[in-house]
Design a protein around this ligand. Structure first.
Ligand code: ADP
Ligand code: TMP
Ligand code: ASP
Length: 238
């Protein structure tokens, strides 16, 4: 698509801002340096994070498209902006876990690092004030957050993404521990939306199990953007 212009600001989230574009049904997604965790309770600006995440996301979305998974991603516009299809988002988050870490460890009293075989799936309701509570498919149906068919599709597609990305990361010497996806409707088709970046997944070095993702920020381990860059270099993003 040519001569894309950024229009008015639509909304500002915790890490990205969405703008209208001069093309109907298409939005400009702007990746900021703002980094947030614990539902907005910890916020910092990390120089260069917006750029690395924008490029990382473009690489992954293009890769998923090649693997047959339809996404909202259209094009990289510049270092921090991408053009995406405007979706009617389902207010739910789809999480797949290959290895136990984060909230499942707290919830079920597990040690971090236990392999989950088969990988497990969880839905969360996207609401910062409520702390993104875990929900199930019956809640999604009862509250009208998505249709039965969309619920089924979100689960199927999230596992398809797992098959594609587990191998991509493992071929680059990394373990895809877990990740969060969001989906939305575009003219009657459910597409993968939002982002796939180190902000929304856990990835460890295969040998040392060093954390390369946003847990570095959550846990105050330092070198957050540097670790995102290591992940990106290993995958061939940059
Ligand atoms: P958060 O809402 O978690 O603070 P962000 O700062 O990442 O998140 O803001 C991005 C917002 O844009 C999210 O609310 C997300 O659901 C929404 N979104 C993502 N992709 C699209 C899309 N293609 N069309 C419309 N909205 C989208
Ligand atoms: P959790 O362990 O906090 O439940 O998160 C699981 C994975 O999903 C982890 O990679 C972080 C990601 N995630 C988000 O990025 N945003 C969210 O709101 C949630 C619930 C999870
Ligand atoms: N739900 C949390 C947030 O969006 C997940 C995290 O800690 O990243 O802030």
């Amino acid at each position: 698509m040519e001569n894309i212009e950024k229009g008015e600001l639509i909304t500002t989230g915790k890490a990205k801002s969405l703008y209208h574009s001069n093309q109907q049904d298409y939005l400009v997604m702007h990746y900021r340096d703002d980094t947030s965790a614990f539902d907005g309770k910890k916020i910092e600006s990390l120089e260069g994070k917006g750029t690395i995440n924008n490029k990382f996301n473009a690489f992954i979305m293009n890769y998923l498209e090649k693997e047959g998974i339809q996404t909202h991603f259209v094009d990289l516009l510049n270092d921090t902006d991408s053009l995406v299809k405007k979706l009617d988002m389902a207010p739910v988050e789809c999480v797949v876990r290959n290895v136990a870490a984060g909230s499942i460890c707290k919830r079920l009293g597990l040690e971090e690092g236990i392999d989950l075989n088969p990988p497990t799936f969880e839905f969360f309701y996207k609401d910062d004030e409520l702390g993104d509570p875990m929900i199930n498919e019956y809640h999604i149906r009862s509250f009208g957050w998505a249709s039965e068919e969309q619920v089924k599709q979100m689960q199927i597609k999230t596992f398809e993404v797992n098959e594609a990305l587990k191998k991509l990361f493992s071929d680059a010497g990394m373990i895809l521990v877990d990740y969060k996806l969001e989906f939305g409707d575009f003219q009657g088709t459910l597409l993968l939306g939002d982002e796939f970046t180190p902000d929304g997944c856990r990835v460890w070095d295969e040998e040392t199990r060093e954390k390369l993702d946003k847990d570095r920020f959550r846990q105050g381990l330092g070198d957050v953007v540097e670790s995102y860059q290591i992940m990106a270099k290993r995958l061939g993003v940059i």
